[in-house]
Design a protein around this ligand. Structure first.
Ligand code: LLP
Length: 384
């Protein structure tokens, strides 16, 4: 993955830290933009995956809108140059303070997840003499075939409004003066690698649009969320996800009205592969059954393996010896602080530098100070 000169530079930086390959990020962003443009689709980058200023500056320059889940994310996006008119705001628990902030900034749309939320946005917008453009987030009851913690589109999940509530919600919205329904919104889960799932989503969206038509609702926008997965096993073979096939599925299977605009909210697939967590080996501990590589980075720096049993490829950047099998673990006082079990990496010794790959999405943003450890810093390939 990394050439010798770069490894020499990385060795000089205090570990653990996140390292971002800005060239790969720009290449990925350009691919997404070009593939989406073919069909006139709008992509909102989901800030929750990574909200570093530098990354946002690059993605704003690529022409994306923003998908935010808190007022702080909206403010961050605007700080980094995103136009508030291209900000979609999702989340099941938007507070009054957050809604007011978004109203003041006059964002593109509030993706609403419940009737009480719609009523509250109407109330707050009325107080300001404004009308809020809203989308109804639909729970389409489609199985994303992904980890249960990142599946969101099933009836049992807390997200969105289900089919049995459509009538009531539409009637209510018609009676409210300060909200304007402009879009339906769907997001069924994350790290979706089975492309058929998106086909199923398209078919459900077609059915649901028909249901809304029968309620005399035909909307100018449609938002199908994000969720496209990345190749955690082979990041070098597939550094850029298959955006071409992804957008083609929607073009082929989704029935849009004339002039209806299609929006996406992609996070992981845009930033996932450009980031690695770089960590140093503190000790190698040889047990009876297995050997442990103990690193100075831990679950507080990258929680995905502990929280979702997620796989991240790990490489030893400073050894060329034959590969051996190790459990690679962090220093935090929890058995779940384990990055990989039985991972084959070049024979390792104290002081070696490891790269935990594909950590650009939901890595640094989910870091914590558990055990009073320091938050990891970020470094960029074009700055070191
Ligand atoms: N739109 C909505 C409404 C979402 O909830 C999400 C992700 C996205 C878009 C972006 O999805 P993406 O393209 O990144 O899959 N922390 C977990 C992932 C949580 C995803 C939450 N929602 C992980 O590390 O796997």
């Amino acid at each position: 993955m990394l050439n010798k000169t770069l490894v020499e530079k990385l060795k000089k930086i205090q570990t653990p830290f996140y390292f971002y390959d800005t060239e790969l990020l720009k290449k990925t962003a350009a691919t997404v933009a070009a593939e989406a443009k073919k069909f006139g689709y709008t992509v909102h980058y989901a800030l929750k995956a990574n909200s570093n200023h530098k990354i946002l500056n690059i993605l704003n320059a690529a022409g994306f809108g923003a998908d935010c889940v808190s007022a702080n994310e909206i403010v961050r996006a605007v700080e980094c140059g995103f136009n508030p008119k291209h900000v979609a705001y999702a989340g099941v628990g938007k507070t009054d303070k957050e809604i007011n902030k978004a109203l003041d900034l006059e964002i593109f749309t509030f993706n609403c997840e419940s009737l009480p939320e719609i009523e509250n946005i109407n109330h707050l917008a009325a107080q300001k003499g404004k009308t809020a453009d809203i989308a109804i987030r639909i729970n389409p009851n489609v199985d994303a075939h992904t980890h249960e913690y990142v599946t969101t589109g099933l009836e049992e999940n807390k997200f969105g409004i289900s089919e049995w509530q459509f009538n009531e919600v539409v009637e209510k919205i018609k009676s409210l003066n300060s909200v304007n329904l402009i879009s339906l919104h769907f997001h069924i889960g994350s790290q979706i690698t089975d492309m058929k799932v998106f086909e199923t989503l398209c078919k459900r969206v077609n059915e649901i649009q028909k249901t809304f038509e029968s309620l005399e609702i035909k909307l100018p926008h449609l938002n199908v969320g994000g969720g496209l997965g990345i190749d955690y096993k082979n990041p070098d073979a597939n550094p850029v996800a298959d955006f071409k096939s992804y957008f083609e599925i929607f073009n082929k299977n989704l029935n849009l009205y004339d002039g209806q605009k299609l929006h996406f909210e992609l996070g992981r697939s845009i930033v996932g592969q450009c980031g690695s967590l770089i960590t140093q080996v503190t000790y190698v501990k040889t047990g009876l059954q297995k050997s442990f590589v103990i690193t100075d980075g831990g679950m507080n720096d990258l929680i995905r393996p502990a929280l979702y049993q997620a796989y991240h490829k790990i490489e030893n950047l400073t050894s060329t010896k034959a590969e051996k099998s190790y459990d690679i673990v962090g220093p935090v006082c929890e058995s779940s602080d384990c990055f990989a079990k039985n991972e084959m990496i070049n024979e390792t010794q104290r002081g070696d530098i490891l790269a935990i790959r594909s950590a650009g999405a939901y890595g640094e943003v989910m870091a914590s100070q558990y055990n009073l450890r320091e938050l990891p810093k970020a470094y960029y390939s074009d700055e070191i």
